[in-house]
Design a protein around this ligand. Structure first.
Ligand SMILES: Cc1cc2nc3c(=O)[nH]c(=O)nc-3n(C[C@H](O)[C@H](O)[C@H](O)COP(=O)(O)O)c2cc1C
Length: 189
């Protein structure tokens, strides 16, 4: 029996004007869309009108984001590094869902001017552990130290493509395993 493709949400974490994140996310989504085991949806935080503060009741936009998380079987979080962490826009959105993250795999596509966004990933691993999500080991790191002028041609190389497929393989393995586990047993949180 052929398994239905897993739904992979590629989350664009930066909402900064003039951001690079959407280019990197679209490249990664392109890598994923060539696979038959995944159906890919881009979730762009810049398209949600989130409230400036955390309201007592979820707004329709907050609920729409949580529903998007709930529909997904796996996540690729595309994050820049800001002051050795990840951007506030991403933390704000992550905190709008809770059960919807549980027992699902998360992979990281990070970038920055030093260490390819590794500090941001380290902190996201802690955050997603609190949400009972499973961070996969390998990720994609894009170094922006020399700027973004040749970003598209660098992303078109073999090494980034191979790193993307390794990450996608791990997301698929965990995605299938955890989907079956969620169907067999309600999560224990
Ligand atoms: C507020 C701010 C802080 C930053 N801090 C870091 C940092 O600590 N380490 C790093 O490697 N790059 C840092 N950068 C560079 C960003 O990673 C780089 O500009 C990246 O393109 C930002 O992602 P975005 O364009 O998608 O918003 C910082 C950029 C900004 C705007």
């Amino acid at each position: 029996m052929t398994e239905a493709p897993l739904r992979l949400a590629v989350i664009i974490g930066s909402t900064r004007e003039g951001r690079v994140g959407d280019r990197i996310a679209r490249w990664f989504a392109g890598q994923a869309s060539g696979r038959t085991d995944l159906s890919v949806v881009l979730v762009d935080l810049a398209e949600f009108a989130f409230p400036p503060g955390y309201p007592a009741r979820a707004t329709p936009q907050m609920s729409a984001f949580a529903a998007e998380v709930g529909r997904a079987d796996a996540f690729a979080v595309v994050t820049p590094e800001y002051n050795h962490s990840f951007p506030a826009s991403l933390k704000q959105a992550i905190d709008f869902a809770y059960d919807e993250w549980h027992a699902k795999p998360v992979g990281y596509v990070s970038y920055g001017c030093r260490s390819a966004g590794q500090h941001a990933v380290d902190q996201l691993r802690t955050v997603f552990t609190a949400l009972h999500a499973v961070s996969v080991r390998d990720g994609v790191g894009v170094d922006l130290l020399d700027g973004c002028a040749d970003l598209d041609s660098r992303l078109a190389g073999d090494l980034p493509a191979r790193a993307a497929q390794v990450l996608l393989d791990q997301l698929c393995w965990w995605g299938r395993a955890l989907k079956a586990a969620r169907a067999a047993h309600p999560f224990v949180s």
